[in-house]
Design a protein around this ligand. Structure first.
Ligand SMILES: *[C@@H]1O[C@H](CO)[C@@H](O)[C@H](O)[C@H]1NC(C)=O
Ligand SMILES: *[C@@H]1O[C@H](CO)[C@@H](O)[C@H](O)[C@H]1NC(C)=O
Ligand SMILES: *[C@@H]1O[C@H](CO)[C@@H](O)[C@H](O)[C@H]1NC(C)=O
Length: 323
């Protein structure tokens, strides 16, 4: 019996495949159709950790450490971010003190190692909802001194390891989504000072179990009944949350008679009048209930009257019968 070949695939491959092409077949350029096909099949341009030495991967004009873990693109008068985003190994990245008004969605897609990100002192007016999609390692995020007016409610959700979040000095930021800080159980420091917030719902702070520092000064606080839950929340979390209220007091801006009053000097007595004041809905409800009660009493009286009348007649009739 002949010995079996070592490699079974050799049996299946047609012999010409194993041989060099015959010399008569000259190289012909690939057809344009084939080129087109190759181009459309090519991977998308956004690939992470691409080739090239460290220096060729340092974004142009920026200052990079040799191992690319630190990338500084600060103070370069940029009006748009460098076309090449921070490379994969980058842990510290700064774009601060520029004039950047927009960051494309997916800009930090490849920077999965980012721990420290400084975007402060730019002109950002909005953020794409998925901007921090890959930032599960991020500990520090500075968005202060921008032009932010609206933050997508889910924008920080992927960055669950955040310990410090700075949003101060965004004067157009007048409202926060109640779910904005959900899923940030490690947040210790939150800076919301010098924004445009007249109010802050405590739903937005729920779940910030580790919060130690909360800065709220410099906002146009509206010190009506609506601010009581915030004052109470800060007071009941004061063991863990310094609120920095003595150093940087948050002051009421409105109503006029409260202007300049420190928000956290308000006591339970300050809100006494809130307890017993009734809203229009309350008055309408009371009026409605009163109306129902009076209808019911009229109907009851009517029924009682009829019954008494019947009894009276019936007893009279039976008396006459008896006689
Ligand atoms: C780059 O980094 C070096 C060393 O830290 C520093 O001396 C230099 O000023 C930096 N250049 C820029 C443009 O930031
Ligand atoms: C913000 O950046 C500009 C340069 O774009 C600089 O002149 C200015 O001092 C910076 N402001 C702060 C508060 O750092
Ligand atoms: C801030 O945003 C507003 C509109 O949202 C725009 O009109 C204004 O020019 C922006 N300012 C800066 C400094 O970018």
């Amino acid at each position: 019996m002949p010995p079996l070949p070592h490699h079974p695939f050799l049996l299946l491959l047609p012999l010409p495949f194993l041989l060099p092409p015959p010399p008569s077949l000259a190289w012909a350029p690939p057809s344009p159709l084939l080129l087109l096909l190759l181009l459309t099949l090519a991977p998308p341009p956004l690939t992470c950790g691409g080739g090239g030495g460290p220096l060729s991967r340092c974004p142009q004009l920026c200052n990079c450490t040799l191992d690319l873990t630190g990338v500084d693109c600060g103070s370069l008068a940029l009006s748009s971010p460098p076309s090449s985003p921070p490379p994969l190994p980058t842990q510290r990245y700064s774009l601060s003190h520029n004039r950047i008004s927009e960051l494309p969605d997916g800009y930090f897609h490849c920077s999965r190692e980012l721990r420290w990100l400084d975007l402060s002192n730019n002109s950002l007016s909005w953020l794409p909802a998925g901007l921090f999609r890959s930032q599960s390692q991020l500990r520090f995020l500075d968005l202060s001194r921008n032009n932010l007016s609206l933050l997508p409610g889910t924008v920080f959700h992927p960055a669950g390891a955040l310990g410090t979040l700075r949003l101060s000095h965004n004067p157009l930021l007048s409202e926060l989504d109640p779910l904005l800080f959900r899923g940030l159980p490690e947040l210790r420091s939150l800076d919301l000072s010098h924004c445009g917030l007249p109010a802050l719902g405590v739903q937005a702070l729920a779940g910030l179990e580790e919060l130690e520092s909360l800065r709220l000064e410099g906002n146009p606080w509206l010190c009506g009944c609506g601010i009581e839950p915030l004052v109470e929340w800060v007071r009941s979390h004061v063991q863990r949350c310094s609120a920095d209220s003595d150093l940087f007091p948050a002051e009421c801006r409105a109503p006029q008679e409260m202007e300049g009053v420190p928000v956290f000097s308000l006591t339970e007595e300050s809100f006494q009048s809130c307890r017993f004041s009734l809203s229009l809905d309350d008055y309408l409800f009371i009026a409605f209930v009163g109306f129902l009660v009076s209808i019911a009493s009229v109907a009851t009286n009517f029924l009682l009257g009829i019954t008494a009348n019947c009894c009276h007649r019936w007893s009279k009739a039976s008396e006459e019968e008896d006689i």
